[in-house]
Design a protein around this ligand. Structure first.
Ligand SMILES: [Zn+2]
Length: 277
């Protein structure tokens, strides 16, 4: 599943590939991808003639900004965008095609078919689902230590579950929550309201640094994983704890343990991340 750094990289790549292009027409081959409006013909009709002015991100949602419209797109498990020539054969699992006036096409492929698109008037997208209930944006300058502390205040649930809740903080995701907690030396099952000031500061810094570094990796390796069509693949992350169960901890050599917290596979070092009562 793409996490926030991957979606950030998709955003940057789309800005390079489709900014300034004008939509001639739209074809939809799988109606369920289009969540708003209800009618796929209306979706296509509304977008025709509009120009893409840029692509932004809110959590793991892409906001494709057009003149007078905003398309909110979530890739979910397997969604991919790619830019093709209109003469290129259409591959399997291509569900939506934005045909541009210059003869190129932005194609949305999704093997699992879980991705969504919502079309809004500009500004309206923040008032309504799916963006209206999202929490703090961890890569935004508004994500200060103070805001972070306020968000965690009085929460008795396990810190990992709090960090995964999109209503509090958006888009950290399972992998980066484990990485951030390891970096801050905090046990994933530590109740959020028991964290000390020092731990809160370390965790805040760890979240920002972990995500920022991953975005940088994506940005610098862009050529190696964006193919000729501009289609994005997953890049290799520098993971210190996630997926390393039974391997020695990079800090202390203790075997990394795997457990389940909040229904998600969770990796931690029992020596570096002790549970405090
Ligand atoms: Zn360790």
């Amino acid at each position: 599943m793409p996490e926030l750094p991957e979606v950030e990289t998709v955003k940057r790549t789309l800005n390079q590939l489709v900014k300034g292009k004008t939509i001639d027409r739209v074809s939809v081959h799988l109606a369920r991808i289009i969540q708003r409006p209800d009618d796929i013909d209306q979706f296509a009709w509304m977008l025709a003639g509009h120009t893409i002015e840029g692509v932004e991100r809110r959590g793991k949602f892409l906001r494709i900004l057009l003149d007078g419209l905003v398309l909110v797109s979530h890739l979910r498990m397997e969604g991919r965008y790619g830019v093709y020539q209109s003469s290129d054969p259409v591959e399997k699992h291509t569900h939506v095609i934005f045909h541009f006036t210059d003869g190129t096409e932005l194609r949305y492929k999704d093997v699992r078919q879980f991705g969504t698109m919502h079309l809004f008037q500009p500004g309206e997208e923040f008032q309504l689902p799916p963006l209206s209930k999202l929490g703090l944006e961890p890569l935004d300058s508004a994500f200060t230590l103070e805001r972070f502390k306020e968000t965690l205040k009085g929460k008795k649930t396990k810190i990992k579950a709090v960090l995964l809740n999109q209503a509090y903080i958006v888009g950290i995701g399972n992998i980066y929550v484990d990485e951030s907690l390891f970096r801050a030396g905090i046990h994933p099952e530590q109740p959020a309201d028991t964290l000390t000031d020092g731990q809160l500061k370390a965790l805040h810094q760890a979240i920002v640094a972990t995500l920022a570094e991953s975005v940088e990796v994506g940005g610098s390796s862009i050529k190696s994983y964006v193919n000729g069509q501009g289609e994005m693949g997953m890049f290799q992350h520098q993971l210190k704890i996630y997926g390393r169960q039974n391997q020695p901890c990079v800090n202390c050599g203790t075997a990394v343990e795997k457990t389940v917290v909040g229904g998600r596979g969770t990796h931690f070092c029992p020596s570096c991340q002790t549970l405090k009562s």
